[in-house]
Design a protein around this ligand. Structure first.
Ligand code: FAD
Length: 492
């Protein structure tokens, strides 16, 4: 029986926030919910509503995984002071929707993002080891950390040829990788069905985190600097403009709805998919900078304490690799020939089990502007797709109102498939860090290190140049006006 009940669900409950576009990316929870996830810790001493102006070395706009990780790295590795402002609260953007895999299986050695991914993974491993050394529940409890290994799954002989080639390339790049055909794969993951011709590439070193736990850990580290006068966070306080010095004309502060935050050394815009619209409102109308980052909507289906499927590893179908790439080329639900114009959707199977025993199934990709609507037909496609790989799910009656959590978020998508990390050419102290699409959790710590190196003038462990803004966006004429309207939030 393939019975899925998509009965109407209660309205999603927005967090306590002013009406803001950031709300549109909030995680929708429909049932049992861990209240600790939403609890905010007390405001730090510096966070006074009466205060109208404050001075810092670095001001960061956006408290997603990228903005908060940058703050953390600056606080831990430099003497600089930092302020972070967010239109809503941490995890209200794409971060709160993230599945949490930090995998190398879908990355390509030699590509522009490869070194950043390798470095970032190493930094996550170091963070997990540090947390483990603190004792208690260690990284598993505080970060949702698990080294499950990943399986990139193929079902045809063509896909297996691709996986064999990928295994070779990743092994040559120093990643432990093994190509498994159906029989040996069955021993590793008995409930996975790949047919006679299928198999998977196995990366035993791949890991996963829980985005909420990771953010909470990072916030705790950052918050410990507030009593030293080095950290301030302002939530539910959107940035509205940049303030220029009347004398030099350079940007010297961020104006939020309630405060003026002066940034002596740098202002970092890390506002995910909202970065384009924010820059539009920040910059003078005649300013030529247009970072074409777009919201790429994604749904995840989380089945809480799910005991009807035993999963030993994190899984992703091979189609995901093309699906995540700059221009999607896999499993479209509608014609992909003009994907942007039609707001086309695509689904690739991803499946992980987290430390709490929740099965997380993904994921979809759509261009729907900043719409936060839960689309039950997309959830059904995600469920059906998972059933193709795990036949036992076809016997499960799923009611999305029962012990499920629906996550919806807007990945910051860049048409050229790589993040934007660098100074704005003619605004010398303004930096952008966005465009990580489906890899923002994985790449956050490497991005944070890179931004820190840029601010303090260090050469950097990873080459900055693939991510810089200069001369990058002139050839992106395929972004037509509809797409632009989506990206700056004019669409529904
Ligand atoms: C369904 C789904 C699954 C995913 N799974 C994974 C995964 O497994 N692994 C992985 O690595 N990545 C994954 N990602 C991608 C990852 O979640 C994103 O790349 C990452 O969260 C982006 O982080 P960010 O900090 O740039 O943006 P966000 O988390 O969106 O944060 C941007 C912040 O800016 C704030 N903001 C907006 N406007 C303003 C303003 N005017 N003033 C102040 N603040 C403002 C917002 O409120 C928000 O908090 C997934 C994404 C989705 C949607």
């Amino acid at each position: 029986m393939d019975a899925v009940t998509f009965a109407s669900a209660p309205n999603p409950s927005p967090a306590n926030s002013s009406s803001s576009s950031a709300l549109s990316s909030r995680v929708h929870r429909f049932s049992v919910c861990d209240p600790r996830r939403r609890r905010r810790r007390p405001l730090p001493a510096l966070r006074s509503q009466r205060q109208s102006a404050s001075h810092h070395d670095v001001v960061i706009v956006g408290a997603g995984i990228v903005g908060l990780s940058i703050a953390r790295h600056l606080l831990l590795h430099t003497p600089l002071s930092v302020a972070v402002a967010d239109a809503a609260v941490p995890c209200s953007g794409a971060t709160g929707a993230g599945q949490g895999y930090l995998w190398m299986s879908h990355r390509t050695p030699g590509s522009d993002t490869w070194e950043l991914a390798v470095r970032s993974k190493k930094l996550w491993e170091e963070l997990a080891a540090e947390v483990d050394n603190l004792g208690g529940g260690g990284a598993r409890e505080r970060l949702g950390w698990m080294r499950t290994g990943s399986l990139l799954v193929g079902r045809t002989s063509d896909e297996m040829a691709t996986l064999e080639e990928r295994t070779k390339i990743l092994s040559q790049a120093g990643i432990q990788a093994e190509c498994l055909f159906a029989a040996s794969l069955h021993e590793l993951e008995p409930e996975l069905y790949v047919g006679h011709d299928g198999g998977a590439m196995f990366l035993p070193g791949d890991c996963q985190i829980d985005a909420f736990q990771a953010v909470s850990l990072i916030e705790k580290t950052n918050g410990s600097y507030s009593s030293k006068g080095r950290y301030m966070e302002l939530y539910n306080d959107p940035a509205v403009s940049l303030v220029r010095s009347e004398i030099t004309g350079t940007v010297e502060a961020v104006q939020t709805s309630k405060h003026t935050l002066y940034g002596r050394k740098a202002i970092v815009v890390a506002s995910g998919a909202w970065t384009r619209s924010l820059l539009h409102s920040f910059l003078e109308p005649n300013h030529r900078l247009d970072i074409p980052v777009m919201p790429r909507k994604g749904h995840l289906l989380v089945l809480e304490k799910f005991d009807k499927l035993k999963l030993n590893h994190g899984l992703m179908e091979l189609g995901y690799v093309g699906h995540q790439a700059a221009k999607s080329n896999s499993i479209p639900l509608t014609s992909e020939s003009n994907e942007y114009e039609h707001g086309a959707s695509s689904i690739s199977m991803t499946a992980t089990l987290n430390t709490k025993g929740h099965l997380i199934l993904g994921s979809s990709r759509e261009y729907k502007g900043f719409s936060r609507e839960v689309d039950k037909s997309i959830l059904k496609c995600i469920w059906d797709r998972a059933g193709e790989f795990f036949p036992s799910l076809k016997n499960v009656h799923l009611d999305i109102n029962e012990n499920t959590e629906i996550r919806v978020g807007h990945r910051p998508y860049m048409p050229d498939g790589k993040p934007v990390i660098g100074f704005v050419p003619d605004l010398p102290n303004v930096l952008i860090a966005t465009g990580h699409e489906g890899s923002g959790l994985a790449l956050a710590l490497g991005t944070a290190e890179m931004v820190t190196d840029m601010i303090i003038g260090n050469p950097g462990k990873v080459d900055f140049s693939p991510f810089s803004i200069k001369d990058r966006f002139s050839g992106m004429e395929y972004l037509d006006s509809i797409t632009k309207n989506d990206a700056i939030g004019l669409a529904a």
